[in-house]
Design a protein around this ligand. Structure first.
Ligand SMILES: [Zn+2]
Length: 348
């Protein structure tokens, strides 16, 4: 009996001792499996930022329609807590709109931000704010962004806002809603009372090896300095979109460059979280792309990155967590569980 009581006490203190974060930085390496991350072991001169993480898990990525998911169903599982079909954006398997983590946190006065290298209407970022039955409904997705509560976004694809088939120009409408918009460059010294949207290319940004520069690290730093001024907390998603594209193109050099760029963003997030102590950093992927392998090189001291498909694969993807609540992300679980773990930690 005494033993039982002690055991119960032990369990309850464990539950209460669960530290909770205020802020979340959610980094998605699109198409980033273990081989992609492993390229850093061989092609980065110093230790990769991934080596900082102590709490690591794996997620199972299948969608309701396909064993091998796409980015739309993959991201929708993170943002809504429900698995859906391939091509679904923020809707259930029956195409019913589901509230997203971003919308639920906005209701708690969180500031929210989204960063992507492709069009901001592309599947991964879109799943955080839009609700459409097919990922290619770019103009409808742009309209959903204009009506959303997102405070900061940076990416590309102004075409879907200003050169629309319906003849509407969303920019003036968004400016009336408090957005400062820019299609030329990232601004600095952002005013916490305003909202910001940076769409620096008509369609996607160039890949790193085609001269993209430091957009992803710079936009992530800028978003953190802006969002962290909010005392009620923030949620930032930043996406290394071209890790996936390198897999589709079976382009090893591009893959390494994109993975190095994304590693820099991981470092920025970890630096912020180490200082802040109230921020949970999650780094994961929606799926793996390319059945990418690290094979023996031509000489014993070299490796070569090879691909076994130009499609997505069904391998589990790693989940890395740092900060308060990070221990919850250990183990093997379904991708939509990431939403439920965040919900338990952030009480939304
Ligand atoms: Zn893809």
């Amino acid at each position: 009996m005494k033993f039982k009581i002690l055991l119960l006490l032990g369990l309850s203190t464990q539950v209460f001792a669960q530290k909770k974060p205020k802020n979340v930085i959610f980094l998605i390496g699109d198409g980033m499996g273990l081989s992609q991350i492993s390229t850093l072991v061989y092609f980065k001169d110093s230790a990769s930022n991934f080596e900082t993480f102590k709490h690591i898990g794996f997620s199972k990525t299948s969608s309701t329609s396909h064993k091998v998911t796409d980015s739309a169903a993959g991201a929708t599982a993170f943002t809504t807590g429900q698995k859906s079909y391939n091509r679904a954006i923020g809707v259930s398997k029956d195409t019913v709109s589901l509230p997203t983590i971003l919308e639920q946190l906005e209701a708690k006065n969180y500031k929210t931000g989204l960063i992507s290298l492709c069009t901001i209407t592309h599947a991964t970022p879109a799943s955080f704010y839009a609700h459409v039955k097919d990922r290619d409904m770019f103009e409808e997705i742009a309209t959903d962004l204009s009506n959303s509560g997102v405070d900061f976004f940076a990416g590309a694809g102004y075409k879907y806002f200003t050169e629309r088939k319906d003849g509407q120009n969303l920019f003036p409408i968004m400016e009336k809603k408090g957005f400062v918009l820019d299609t030329v460059s990232l601004k600095t010294n952002l005013d916490p009372k305003k909202r910001y949207g940076f769409l620096l290319d008509r369609l996607d940004h160039p890949a790193k090896d085609k001269g993209r520069g430091e957009f992803l690290p710079d936009a992530t730093k800028l978003a953190l300095s802006y969002l962290s001024k909010n005392k009620d907390g923030f949620f930032l998603m930043s996406e290394g979109s071209y890790i996936d594209w390198a897999g589709h193109q079976n382009n090893a050099e591009m893959l390494v460059m994109e993975q190095l760029d994304f590693d820099k963003v991981v470092g920025i997030a970890l630096d912020f979280a180490k200082k802040d102590k109230n921020t949970l950093v999650i780094v994961t992927a929606d799926h793996e792309t390319g059945a990418t392998a690290i094979e023996k090189g031509k000489t014993a001291d070299k490796v070569q990155v090879t691909f076994n498909t130009d499609q997505h694969t069904g391998t589990m993807v790693p989940v890395f967590a740092y900060g308060p609540g990070s221990e919850l992300f250990q183990g093997i679980y379904q991708n939509n569980e990431i939403y439920h773990k965040l919900k338990a930690l952030l009480d939304f």
